[in-house]
Design a protein around this ligand. Structure first.
Ligand code: TXA
Ligand code: MG
Length: 315
């Protein structure tokens, strides 16, 4: 039942200032980042953060990422470390989230951390995200701006299709360049890859000067990206399709005949940027199954295959 007329805002400084004012008033504002659109709320206000879960229909035990404009804003929220500094120097602003020990007394709603002793933090690179965060001047809790279990939005129209009437506004910054959610690196203990993304495991290991551990599926730290069925289109998804069956929508990769091609030249960066957009488009055509060409399991292909296997998981 729609409760709000969701405003679509532009990206000039007046509109961004208006969006920041809405956050201060406890409102929900979706905004573009270089990965996907985030659904922002003031991370210090319990009520505002609670509204994120309500709007998304998300199980409330899932913790949220806090976004800020500058590293200096993090040091009173989390326990900073040499490892955090090294990866921040190398990859921020950018598509990387760090999970660090939460500082005692940090002014962050308990709903953001879901009661965990750690906090996920990120400094995005998108100029509109940076302007919005700078204008707001405080920590912004933001999951991807989709209903729980749906695909992450890479355009403002995806956000309104999912959340119109449930949030105050969306800042329309066009398409997201990376198109996949950030890499998540756990640094509260042994460096651990919690979610693959555009910043690869190899790149992290090089900067840290040590191997990065893999998250074990039995660990209790929950992330919706870790729930088996996630990022799911309405259609079924068939992976590693080498031929196409009748009635299927065909999502190709490389030199194949198909309905939409993630990248005709086999470019993984281009494929990542197109992934959610094309899943949305093929889903809208109403085919019962989306068949997807094999995507090589290297570099950004690891993150693409992670999202695809979740989209294909039984629900
Ligand atoms: O690219 C992104 O990361 C986007 C943009 C908006 O920044 N955000 C995003 O948020 O993907 P969300 O909520 O859809 O995914 C955040 C992931 C979840 O899997 C969550 O469980 C995990 O981060 N997470 C958050 N806090 C955590 C913590 N303290 N420990 C472990 N995982 C955590
Ligand atoms: Mg999400």
């Amino acid at each position: 039942m729609p409760k709000f007329a969701t405003q679509v805002l532009g990206t000039n400084s007046e509109a961004v200032g208006q969006a920041a004012t809405m956050l201060r008033g406890g409102g929900l504002v979706a905004f573009p980042t270089e990965t996907v659109y985030g659904l922002g709320a003031d991370a210090t206000q319990d009520h505002a953060v609670a509204r994120i879960f309500e709007a998304k229909g998300r199980p409330s035990f899932n913790p949220l990422i806090v976004h800020v404009a500058e590293v200096s804003a993090l040091k009173h929220l989390v326990q900073w470390s040499d490892a955090a500094q090294a990866v921040a120097d190398a990859f921020w602003p950018g598509p990387l989230t760090l999970v660090l020990p939460l500082r005692a007394g940090a002014a962050i709603s308990k709903l953001v951390t879901a009661g965990l002793p750690t906090l996920a933090v990120r400094i995005p690179a998108h100029p509109v995200a940076r302007a919005f965060l700078a204008s707001f001047g405080g920590p912004v809790a933001a999951p991807s701006a989709n209903r729980s279990g749906q695909m992450s939005p890479t355009r403002a129209a995806h956000v309104t299709a999912d959340l119109s009437g449930r949030i105050e506004a969306v800042v329309d910054g066009g398409r997201c360049g990376v198109g996949l959610e950030s890499t998540i690196l756990g640094l509260a203990g042994v460096p651990t890859l919690l979610r693959p993304g555009a910043v690869t495991e190899d790149a992290l290991a090089r900067v840290l000067g040590r191997a990065v551990a893999q998250r074990q599926d039995t660990e209790t730290l929950s992330a919706p990206g870790q729930m088996l069925s996630h990022y799911a289109p309405a259609a079924g998804v068939r992976l590693n399709a080498l031929d196409w069956r009748e009635d299927e929508a065909r999502l190709g990769f490389g030199a194949v005949d198909c309905d939409l091609n993630l990248s005709e030249t086999g470019d993984l960066t281009e494929a990542a940027a197109n992934l959610f957009e094309y899943l949305h488009q093929l889903d809208a055509r109403g085919a019962p199954v989306i068949a997807v060409s094999p995507v090589p399991h290297r570099g950004l292909g690891v993150a693409i295959n992670d999202r695809l296997s979740r989209a294909a998981a039984p629900r």
